[in-house]
Design a protein around this ligand. Structure first.
Ligand code: B12
Ligand code: SF4
Ligand code: SF4
Length: 386
C-alpha cells in the first residue's frame, strides 16, 4: 500500500510520462463513478438507437459497468489525444467534385497510434508503483469511454453526446487504462453547454431525438461506416459528399475556439485524404482500395461499402461527368454497389435518358434489392417527366 505522498508523486510521474508520450490530458476516476450509465445505455438499446450494431447489445452488461468487465479494477485512468484539424474541418463539404472523409480518418488509424503508447504508459505505471495489474483499452473493449472521461474530469458530454474539453474543444480521442492500483480519483467535469444548441441544429440528418441523445440509425457516421446494406433513401441527399463519417456536430461547437492542431504527426491529415477526387475514388478496385487506405481506418469498411458511399456522393454532385463510371458500376459484383449506381444515375441523367436505361437494364438484374432500386428510381423519373 502506497502512502498518500507516494501516490501523489506516482500520479505526477504518470501525468508527465503521458504528456511525453503525446497524450494531451489524463485524469483518474473510480470504476463505480458512472451509476447512471447502465440505465442510459439500456434506454439507448431499448429504443433501437444502436441500429445494426448488435455488438453493443451483446456486451451491454460489461459496457455499462467497468466492475463487471473486470471485477479487480480499482481505478480507471482516462486519456485524451488531440486530433485537431489544421484548418476548417468542413471546408471540403462545399466541393461536390471531392469526397469528404471525416477528420478522424484523414490519417493513421488512431487505434494503432494510441495502443502502443497506452501499453508503454501502463508498464511505466506498474514499474513505478512496484506492482499492480493493468488492462489497456482504446475503443477495443466494451467500455463507456465518454461517461468515464466526464467522471474523471477530462471534459463533459455535450448535447451531441461526445466529450468536450474546455482546453481541447471537441477534437480528441479517448482511451483508458484499468488498474488494480488504488489511485486518487478526480472530480467530475460539469456541463458547460448552457443554452447553446449549435451542434443539434448543425446535424444534416436530424439525428438527435433530444439533447444528449443520439439515434445512431440517423447519423451519417453510422450510415457511412457501420451500416452494411443500402443507405436508406431518406438520408441520401443529406449525405452530400460525406463518404466516411461526419464532423458537422463537432465542428459547430463554440468550445473549439480553444482547439489546436494535432501535435502527434501520425494524426495530422494525409494530403491525399483531405479532399480526394470523387472521380478517382469511384474507379478503385479492391487491391487499389486496400493500398490507398493501408493503415487508415477507412480500410475497415471495405471497398464495396466505400464505393457505395462514393456513388451517393456522385448522385449529389450534379456532375454528369460521373455517368460513364456509374454505368460501369451497374455491372459490379456487389449488389450494394449496383443499387447505389442506380440511384446516382437517376440523379445525374435526364428523366427520359434514365427511363431508357432502366428499360434496358432492369430485366438483367437478379438481386431483389437492386430491382427495387430500379423500380423506385423509375417511378421517380416517370413522375418528373409528367
Ligand atoms: C458506438 C459508437 C459510435 C456510434 C454511436 C455514437 C453514440 N453517440 O453513441 C456512431 C457510429 C454513430 C459513432 C459516431 C461517432 N463517433 Co463514435 N463511438 C462509439 C463507441 C464505440 C461507443 C459509444 C457508446 O457507448 N454509445 C452508447 C451511448 C448510450 O452512450 P453515450 O453516447 O455515452 O450515451 C450517453 C448519452 O446518451 C447520455 N444521456 C442519455 N440520456 C441523457 C440525459 C441527460 C440529461 C444527460 C445529461 C445525458 C444523457 O448518457 C449516456 C451515458 O453517459 C465509442 C467508443 C467507446 N468505447 O466508448 C466511440 C466514440 C464515442 N466515437 C468517437 C468519435 C470521434 C465519433 C465521431 C465523431 C466519428 C466521426 N467523425 O464520424 C462520430 C460522432 C457522432 C456523435 N455525435 O456521437 C469518439 C469520441 C471522442 C470524444 N471526444 O468524445 C469515441 C469515444 C471513440 C474514441 N475512443 O475516441 N460512434
Ligand atoms: S456526426 Fe453528423 S450526422 Fe452524426 S450526429 Fe453529428 S452532425 Fe449528425
Ligand atoms: S455545440 Fe453547444 S450544445 Fe453542442 S456540445 Fe458544444 S457547447 Fe454543447
Amino acid at each position: 500500500m502506497l502512502s498518500a505522498k507516494a501516490l501523489d508523486r506516482l500520479c505526477r510521474q504518470l501525468r508527465d510520462k503521458a504528456a511525453q508520450l503525446g497524450f494531451d490530458d489524463l485524469a483518474i476516476t473510480r470504476p463505480d463513478a458512472i451509476p447512471q450509465a447502465p440505465q442510459r445505455l439500456a434506454q439507448f438499446l431499448a429504443d433501437g438507437h444502436h441500429g445494426s450494431m448488435g455488438w453493443m447489445e451483446e456486451t451491454a452488461d460489461r459496457r455499462a459497468s467497468p466492475g463487471v468487465l473486470w471485477p479487480d479494477v480499482r481505478s480507471v485512468i482516462m486519456l485524451a489525444m488531440n486530433y485537431g484539424p489544421a484548418g476548417d474541418a468542413l471546408e471540403n463539404l462545399a466541393h461536390p467534385d471531392r469526397g469528404n472523409i471525416s477528420v478522424y480518418a484523414r490519417h493513421r488509424d488512431y487505434h494503432d497510434v494510441i495502443k502502443g503508447k497506452l501499453k508503454e504508459l501502463a508498464s511505466f505505471l506498474v514499474s513505478r508503483a512496484g506492482g499492480g495489474d493493468v488492462k489497456v483499452f482504446v475503443d477495443t473493449a466494451p467500455v463507456m469511454e465518454k461517461p468515464l472521461a466526464q467522471a474523471a474530469g477530462l471534459g463533459w458530454q455535450g448535447k451531441h453526446t461526445n466529450l468536450v474539453s474546455r482546453r481541447l474543444g471537441s477534437w480528441f480521442f479517448l482511451a483508458s487504462i484499468f488498474t488494480t492500483l488504488d489511485l486518487a480519483a478526480a472530480e467530475p467535469e460539469r456541463d458547460h453547454c448552457g443554452s447553446c444548441r449549435a451542434c443539434l441544429s448543425a446535424c444534416p440528418t436530424d439525428a438527435f431525438p433530444q439533447p444528449y441523445r443520439l439515434d445512431a440509425r440517423r447519423c451519417i457516421s453510422y450510415l457511412t461506416i457501420e451500416h452494411a446494406g443500402p443507405i436508406p433513401d431518406e438520408f441520401r441527399v443529406a449525405l452530400g459528399n460525406r463518404i466516411y463519417g461526419c464532423d458537422d456536430c463537432l465542428a459547430a461547437c463554440p468550445w473549439n475556439k480553444f482547439a489546436v492542431e494535432a501535435r502527434e504527426a501520425k494524426l495530422q491529415a494525409r494530403e491525399d485524404l483531405e479532399a480526394p477526387s470523387l472521380a478517382t475514388l469511384l474507379r478503385l478496385d479492391d487491391p487499389v482500395f486496400r493500398q490507398l487506405f493501408s493503415g487508415s481506418p477507412v480500410k475497415r469498411i471495405g471497398r464495396d461499402r466505400f464505393i457505395r458511399n462514393c456513388l451517393i456522393a456522385a448522385g449529389n454532385s450534379a456532375d454528369a461527368g460521373h455517368v460513364p463510371q456509374a454505368v460501369a458500376l451497374l455491372d459490379d459484383d456487389a449488389a450494394v454497389v449496383r443499387g447505389a449506381a442506380v440511384w446516382a444515375l437517376s440523379r445525374l441523367l435526364a428523366p427520359e435518358a434514365f427511363a431508357a436505361l432502366a428499360e434496358d437494364r432492369l430485366t438483367q438484374e437478379t438481386d431483389a434489392d437492386v430491382r427495387r432500386e430500379w423500380q423506385a428510381a423509375k417511378a421517380r423519373a416517370a413522375s418528373e417527366t409528367r
